[in-house]
Design a protein around this ligand. Sequence first.
Ligand SMILES: *[C@@H]1O[C@H](CO)[C@@H](O)[C@H](O)[C@H]1NC(C)=O
Ligand SMILES: *[C@@H]1O[C@H](CO)[C@@H](O)[C@H](O)[C@H]1NC(C)=O
Length: 530
Amino acid sequence: MSSTAYTRPSKPPGPAGERRPPRLAKELGRIEPKKLGIGLVAGCCLALLTYISFARLFAIYSPVFESTSLVMKNAPPASTQQNPVLAQQQSKAEDEKDVGEDETDRKVPSFAETTEKNEEEETVTKPCRSFIHTGDEAEATISCDENGVDEGFPYARPPVCELTGDIRISPKEKTMFFVNPSSAGAFDGNGEKKIRPYARKDDFLLPGVVEVIIKSVSSPAIAPACTRTHNVPAVVFSVAGYTDNFFHDNTDVMIPLFLTTSHLAGEVQFLITNFKPWWVHKFTPLLKKLSNYGVINFDKDGEVHCFRRGHLGLYRDRDLIISPHPTRNPRNYSMVDYNRFLRRAFGLPRDSPAVLGDKTGAKPKMLMIERKGTRKLLNLHDVAALCEDLGFAVTVAEAGADVRGFAEKVNAADVLLAVHGAGLTNQIFLPTGAVLVQIVPWGKMDWMATNFYGQPARDMRLRYVEYYVSEEETTLKDKYPRDHYVFKDPMAIHAQGWPALAEIVMKQDVMVNVTRFKPFLLKALDELQE
Ligand SMILES: *[C@@H]1O[C@H](CO)[C@@H](O)[C@H](O)[C@H]1NC(C)=O
Ligand SMILES: *[C@@H]1O[C@H](CO)[C@@H](O)[C@H](O)[C@H]1NC(C)=O
């Protein structure tokens, strides 16, 4: 009986239109037991507890374990190391492309500009007046969101402070001086507030994040003199942590940055701590789309930058999921908005998948993401052949350092298929309405499969098909006898914590039974024709 809860037999998918409504994640307790196929009340409670403890586990460890080796190291990973001459040429070409795009973009009202301008923005974009001399002309305000809780996702509420008034940022001193004659806000005995501005509240990572101080001073005379004055708001954030894992590049930096600044339509100055030149270079097309000004390296800069408005830290939500929130997401941005932003930034042409059918004669395009390290699809060529037989035009590719290049490949596809892993993050480049197929390896990975990729797909208004491999389809069967707890009780692996999960579950390869898999591909095809 207990094995029912642990083995999730992959059934041929039910009829179309059965898709679950979005926002499932916050109702784990209600939905998940249904998924497990047990109606027992005890089962419900057990499931809920288990899922909450999973969340704790992933608050501490990265959901994508390969990245842990990169933590706290600023060196570029192997994937971005390339021939320097080539890299230079490429970067030049990219820069030229960016400039061209930016110009066209500015003529067309961009998505961000369609947001109604509010009073705040108007104050911000007004030419800088003599506030530096008078200091108290603008009322000093500070509001911090530091103790938010998202049950089950503790890392999803990093601290953020918003300031208005006379703000003087001195990167050399790692300090934002805040002229605060009326002593607004809560500061410690030294008039300071310290924040590590990485948008993932994860105790394991935070020691590696530069700590930035907001220092409340009673008069402008005590603050350092401005050497540069900006007419737009400042946003100070870190790119430390798990960046360069593509999942985390998005969940911990780019989506939070989009959420925090997209309404400013480029009129914002970024100051980046834990500055990694290769990372900034890699994401330049997106950074340029969000800010009309070159980024400031907070680790090296020697100026005192003055602003009338500033953010320390970024708002974020769950992983590849953005929900409306009165203060953290007051403009109700969704992942669909983020997808559109990416398409504009990279110049991706397709907003919706191909129209299929007799009239067009078009073949649906499938992109299979190949993993060459762990969780390989061993019979990828058989699966590709089956897909071709079913009428797909198949491309196989591996994601690499060239984000734009891969984004173009993904955007050209109608169906994206991959085994569970960071590569599935590339679903953000699919046209709205396309299909994501996730192959979930053995080991009771429902929580991860759902929260990291399945629910996000629904949030992005993609169609989603998931395939859970059976014990016959995993290489774990070559390592463990069938009566081992790896097969009889996979939850026991989770109970041992991340190291066991990383060593056992994350390192398997899969060999899909094409007979069993076929109905899922047919379902993907059906979804496209709906
Ligand atoms: C955002 O959504 C909430 C409901 O979730 C709604 O009350 C509010 O008016 C929306 N705000 C905007 C700016 O659309
Ligand atoms: C493959 O799946 C089919 C359908 O579920 C099943 O009948 C068959 O035994 C499986 N083949 C192997 C080798 O497990």
